[in-house]
Design a protein around this ligand. Structure first.
Ligand code: PHE
Length: 444
């Protein structure tokens, strides 16, 4: 057996894990989800959920990986036997489902880097931009081509391995991403009339809060922190046995929240300054924003910078969606890394084709939704919460006190928060996750 590759440093791990967490979820999904769910009120609930569940499940996953030094399937199998290995397998399958539609949206962002550079999307009228967006994503070959280019970028990086591939890419791309975000936020915050956007994001309006707000916030939190599908188990497995986890997890969570907040502070002031609606849904990024950019001084430079930012964020996340499958097949089946990467990339792309075509080129529906929406819903509405539920039950109840010993950074140490951690995994996370599952599937 070859020795397992490890991160070059703890900073390298934090960057890679933060790169995984910060993605389309923060910049594309978070602002419109906050917009649809009452702005500041949603934000408060979201932050509370991250502080309680996000931190706990993140630590649970990282510790599972660090202890076993295995992929998600192997990690569950080693500690819990062959039946629990199915929980890991569910994670690997979820990864394929997520990546299949993630590359489609990431492909759009690549396309929009080009469109906004050439001025093809420079109307100030959202209706015009909406039909342009619809015509583009509803096409056959162009969106598929962009998704393929994106998939190749991901595969080439992941094939490079942990240190020279994933870690190096994140160390370059993550600082770039934060620089772009900060520059854009400064520009947005200095727009006349942008203050209303800040107020919308920060001032809670509790009349908009309902049960659905909580489940939307929980789903957003898990998706954004890359939890529930073994990504963090896999990244944790490339840590040394004695790497300290508390500080690293705190840094990952802070960077993820910071990126979502900054994205909100870029998007909401722009939307409000030009009188558009913050609750435009998934089209906010591709329809509303270009209109605002077009009306804004300096917008011709800012628009491509924004879409480049999205593409970069998507790339560092996509690496981490693919890696659990690669690590499983190379660890357990002994496949060679490059061959596994290309085979999995091809499979993801094939699964992405109907998602892309269902945006208008073909009438592909499944269970009453477009193929794209069904994939998105199956993954984020069902598979991720189920994965997080299984992880909480496994670590909280089956592994229990042994997990506490493992969590302690120095053997024998028993920080107060590790007890709180176990209590949350045992008593709070499972019922909350069951509730959101019932909510998202329409049972309650
Ligand atoms: N966290 C990523 C985002 O916000 C998406 C992701 C989900 C990545 C699950 C890995 C695993 O875009």
């Amino acid at each position: 057996m070859t020795t397992r590759e490890h991160w070059g440093s703890r900073l390298g791990f934090v960057m890679a894990a933060a790169g995984s967490a910060v993605g389309l979820g923060n910049i594309w999904r978070f602002p419109y989800t906050a917009g649809e769910n009452g702005g500041g009120a949603f934000l408060l609930i979201y932050l509370g959920i991250i502080a309680v569940f996000g931190v706990s499940v993140l630590l649970a996953e990282i510790v599972l990986g660090r202890v076993t030094q295995r992929n998600p399937v192997g990690a569950f199998k080693q500690l819990g036997g062959p039946v629990w290995a199915l929980a890991g397998l569910l994670g690997v399958i979820t990864g394929f489902v997520i990546l299949s539609f993630y590359i489609v949206v990431a492909g759009w962002t690549l396309a929009y880097v080009g469109f906004s550079t050439t001025g093809a999307v420079s109307s100030t009228d959202p209706a015009v931009l909406e039909s342009q967006f619809g015509a583009f994503v509803g096409g056959t070959w162009a969106p598929l081509g962009y998704a393929a280019v994106f998939m190749v970028l991901v595969a080439v990086t992941v094939a490079g391995g942990i240190g020279r591939g994933i870690e190096r890419a994140n160390k370059v791309l993550m600082p770039l991403l934060f620089l772009l975000l900060i520059a854009l936020a400064v520009r947005a915050l200095t727009l006349p009339g942008g203050g209303a956007g800040v107020a919308f994001l920060l001032q809670p309006d509790f009349s908009k809060v309902s049960g659905a707000t909580f489940s939307a916030a929980l789903a957003q939190a898990f998706f954004s922190l890359s939890l529930g599908m073994g990504t963090m188990i896999t990244y944790g497995s490339y840590l040394g046995r004695h790497d300290r986890l508390g500080v690293a997890s705190g840094a990952i969570i802070s960077l993820d929240v910071l990126a979502a907040m900054l994205a909100g502070l870029v998007i909401m002031p722009v939307v409000f300054a030009f009188g558009f609606s913050p609750s435009a849904g998934a089209g906010l990024t591709f329809i509303t924003l270009p209109a605002a950019f077009a009306a804004m001084p300096g917008g011709t430079l800012i628009a491509p910078a924004f879409f480049l930012l999205l593409a970069v964020a998507a790339l560092t996340s996509a690496l981490s969606i693919l890696e659990p499958a690669i690590s499983w097949l190379t660890d357990e089946r002994g496949w060679s890394r490059p061959r596994t990467v290309w085979a999995c990339a091809l499979l993801c792309f094939a699964l992405g084709v109907p998602s892309s075509l269902s945006m208008g080129a073909a009438d592909l529906t499944l269970f009453g939704r477009t193929f794209f929406d069904t994939m998105d819903f199956a993954a984020t509405g069902v598979m991720l919460p189920v994965g997080a539920l299984l992880t909480s039950i496994f670590v909280g109840w089956f592994w229990g006190h042994r997990a506490l010993v493992e969590l302690a950074d120095t053997p024998g140490a028993d920080p107060w928060w590790s007890r709180a951690w176990l209590l949350i995994l045992r008593f709070i996370a499972p019922p909350a996750l069951v509730l959101i599952l019932l909510q998202s599937t329409g049972v309650i």
